[in-house]
Design a protein around this ligand. Structure first.
Ligand code: DUC
Ligand code: ZN
Ligand code: ZN
Ligand code: ZN
Length: 456
């Protein structure tokens, strides 16, 4: 089986040129102008952008959380991702406190194997670091789970304290892995939540007011300090605000390097979404949406090279699940759906509106996630020898986002009615046409677990 993509404008993180791409089996085997090859199948990509498949390194599929489960499974979530031009996702395995990493991994393998439509990897969330967990870190790294997620919030279920953080970082450094973090000050947030509740302030807006910027700035700085002390490679997930990015800037002054991810919603949406009565629950996520000045900081941070990745933190809940918090904001399951929308939203709002270049777009949606998380150059670029994960994108096509047409298993869109410039036309995953003009052509179970390398 071979495939030839002709005359597309190929964009990688560093290049921009018109050529043909020849694919044999799952792999790109030749790139050049007017390639003298015969293929089983040909695609004319004249006038199209041809880019590496998007990689979303922050998604929560079928995740037990706040008394319920996120509503996209590995099947529906990765299929929706493919529709939106994302060919690989990295999902979070959550250790249960008092239990092993192995048990958690077995549970997640059971959910994803044979069901995922797109390719996937796992981060391991360490919620209870003890002597047994310590021994399991190397095992996980050997199995291709090279990044370890921590929570500085959600006390009682997910949060670890600073002594566990220090010990975990020491061990992960030994094994060549990376520690990633949800950096917000859990104790401060828990106090503000209980204060608001005791005053009868129960609407979704108080979710936002319980997680002010300082809770994120403080935790980001503390995390950076512990990472600097231990020498562990460190990554902050879903960074939202000026104060937190300034903590990263400060770390650079002592020659420390910290990887930073933001998410599409923090670039595009602001705290005015918390002025909508209970409808605001659609945007109840942690950290919450911030202010216009924070959006400006994040766009600048991308162009300064301080913000390395734009992900989603995709964690969808049906409206009836959101209603669990109708009387009390602290019971609204945290999270919003975006796995399908990230690539088109960022193209439209970023590239089309000239906030970022096309090369930067590929860098922060595909090349950097692949490099930082140990999948490059198999993923994250278009090159001979790489997986043929390719998005053929029509930059001229306009469309409107809506729950009526999306593929995510959630009954509302956080971007309902948004007008988008540019549309995913065809998506290849490992050489197969996975999506073509809105139709998914690969079956449940086509997605492969991607064993990641250490990069340290
Ligand atoms: N934040 C969310 O909004 N959802 C999932 C977990 C998280 O940290
Ligand atoms: Zn157990
Ligand atoms: Zn988080
Ligand atoms: Zn998350």
């Amino acid at each position: 089986m071979s495939l030839l993509i002709k005359n597309g404008r190929i964009i990688t993180a560093t290049d921009d040129y018109i050529a043909d791409i020849f694919i044999e089996g799952e792999i790109v085997t030749a790139i050049g102008k007017n390639l003298p090859v015969k293929a089983t199948q040909e695609i004319d990509a004249s006038g199209m952008l041809v880019m590496p498949g998007g990689i979303d390194p922050h998604v929560h599929l079928d995740m037990p959380f706040m008394g319920t489960f996120s509503s996209d499974t590995h099947e529906t979530g990765t299929r929706a991702a493919l529709h939106g031009g994302t060919t690989t996702v990295i999902d979070f395995v959550l250790q249960k406190q008092g239990h092993s990493l192995r048990e958690a991994l077995n549970e997640w393998n059971g959910r994803a194997e044979g069901t995922a439509v797109g390719d996937y990897g796992f981060h391991m969330a360490v919620t209870d670091f003890n002597d047994h967990t310590k021994k399991e870190i190397k095992e996980m790294v050997d199995e291709g789970i090279t990044s370890f997620k921590t929570f500085m919030a959600y006390k009682g279920s997910l949060m670890i304290n600073d002594s566990q953080m220090t010990a975990l970082m020491q061990e992960v450094k030994q094994q060549g892995g990376m520690v990633t973090v949800h950096a917000t000050n859990g104790d401060m947030i828990d106090y503000l939540i209980s204060q608001h509740k005791s005053e009868g302030k129960l609407s979704p807006r108080y979710h936002y007011l319980s997680q002010p910027e300082v809770t994120e700035a403080e935790a980001s700085g503390r995390f950076a300090d512990i990472a600097d002390y231990t020498g562990c490679t460190a990554y902050i997930v879903h960074l939202t605000c000026e104060g937190a990015l300034n903590a990263v800037r400060n770390a650079t002054k002592r020659n420390q390097h910290i990887f930073v991810e933001t998410c599409i919603q923090y670039l595009l949406l602001d705290d005015s979404y918390y002025e909508k009565d209970f409808e605001s629950a659609k945007w109840v996520m942690s950290p919450p949406l911030r202010k216009k000045k924070d959006q400006d900081t994040l766009w600048a941070g991308i162009n300064q090279g301080l913000v390395n990745i734009v992900a989603t933190d995709h964690c969808p809940f049906m409206w009836k699940q959101k209603l669990m918090g109708a009387e009390d904001f602290s019971k609204i399951p945290n999270g919003h759906p975006a796995i399908e929308n990230r690539m088109e939203l960022l193209y439209s709002e970023g590239v089309h509106k000239k906030k970022i270049s096309l090369n930067k777009y590929v860098e922060i949606t595909s090349a950097n996630p692949a490099k930082i998380f140990g999948m490059f150059p198999r993923k994250g670029t278009i090159a001979t020898g790489s997986d043929a994960d390719i998005v053929i994108f029509d930059p001229e096509k306009k469309h409107v986002l809506s729950a009526a047409t999306h593929h995510m298993n959630v009954d509302y869109s956080a971007y309902e009615g948004w007008e988008i410039n540019g549309k995913v036309k065809t998506v290849l995953l490992r050489g197969k046409i996975a999506v073509d003009n809105g139709e998914c052509l690969v079956p449940k179970g086509y997605g492969k677990f991607i064993k990641r390398k250490t990069v340290n």
